[in-house]
Write a protein that binds this ligand. Structure first.
Ligand SMILES: NC(=O)c1ccc[n+]([C@@H]2O[C@H](COP(=O)([O-])OP(=O)(O)OC[C@H]3O[C@@H](n4cnc5c(N)ncnc54)[C@H](O)[C@@H]3O)[C@@H](O)[C@H]2O)c1
Length: 261
């Protein structure tokens, strides 16, 4: 679905001519990133499971200079990850940026986590980022492109009742570093943002398990209040842009001081 096409001015449209795949683009940070890239003249494939919500995100970009198409993706499926990269390349003839944003966070007592829940949390929050990167890298080598992974403050500190999420997000940080070293001698860049609390559906749908210790829950509360999704999307757009051409293997905290000490 083509929503809008615009003209070129590299100074105001840093993503003009660039093809960008954003996962988990149907709400929150992913949707904000789609709008940032479209505002910068980018050609975006917005991918997620909810096609109705994706259509609304694409429609919200109608007045922007870029182009937004959308399509299905369940990041827990390696086949879907491969297909989403192929769809972006087919849509725009190239791939310049992959934003691994899709994620889910459920609070659960560790002793009550089922095998299925553990596997799903790891597959969605970590496996998808790997399989998308694996499929994207050959195209990024051609375009001298880059990957921006979305981890969390839970990628650098522990969060109570979130063992699988925290392990997966630490894994996303490790994945970023591993790829940064493996592709050190190429032009491909790989970076990671670690957001703190953002005002998105994820933050509002969290259910705390019965018997949880609120003292431990409040350790991860946002002391300066929630950031907006666009606050974090701005940093994703910077990392994906040529302005960040010297930034590679960076784990960028965007947490309003949450982990400062
Ligand atoms: N909201 C916060 O406070 C916060 C803090 C730190 C990190 N994060 C991370 O930021 C990212 C975006 O989260 P958000 O806050 O915008 O939440 P959100 O719930 O609004 O967005 C999550 C997106 O991921 C998608 N998604 C979930 N499972 C998927 C799957 N299996 N396949 C494809 N897409 C899937 C959802 O459909 C949605 O589009 C996530 O990786 C999340 O872990 C969020």
């Amino acid at each position: 679905m083509v929503i809008g096409e615009g003209s070129a001015d590299r100074s105001t449209q840093p993503f003009e001519g660039r093809s960008i795949l954003v996962t988990g683009a149907s709400s929150g940070l992913g949707a904000a990133a789609v709008r940032r890239f479209a505002a910068g003249g980018g050609r975006v494939l917005a991918a997620s499971r909810d096609q109705v919500a994706l259509a609304e995100v694409a429609a919200s970009c109608a007045d922007l200079p870029g182009e937004v198409r959308f399509g299905p993706l369940d990041v827990s499926s390696p086949a879907d990850c491969k297909a989403a990269v192929a769809a972006a390349v087919e849509a725009y003839g190239r791939l310049d940026v992959l934003v691994n944003n899709a994620g889910r966070h459920d609070f659960r007592m560790t002793t009550e986590v089922t095998e299925e829940q553990w596997s799903r949390d790891i597959a969605v929050n970590l496996g998808g980022a790997f399989f998308l990167a694996q499929a994207a890298i050959p195209h990024l080598l051609e375009s001298s492109g880059n990957i921006v992974n979305v981890a969390s403050v839970a990628g650098v500190i522990g969060e109570a009742y979130s063992a699988a999420y925290t392990a997966a997000k630490h894994g996303v940080v490790g994945l970023t570093k591993a790829l940064a070293i493996e592709y050190l001698k190429t032009p491909v860049r790989v970076n990671c943002v670690c957001p703190g609390g953002m005002d998105t559906p994820q933050a509002h749908t969290i259910e705390v398990p019965d018997g949880a210790d609120w003292d431990l829950i409040m350790r991860v509360s946002a002391q300066r209040g929630f950031m907006t999704a666009d606050d974090v999307a701005a940093v994703i757009a910077f990392l994906a842009s040529d302005d960040a051409k010297a930034v590679h293997g960076s784990i960028q905290l965007v947490d309003a001081g949450h982990t400062a000490g």
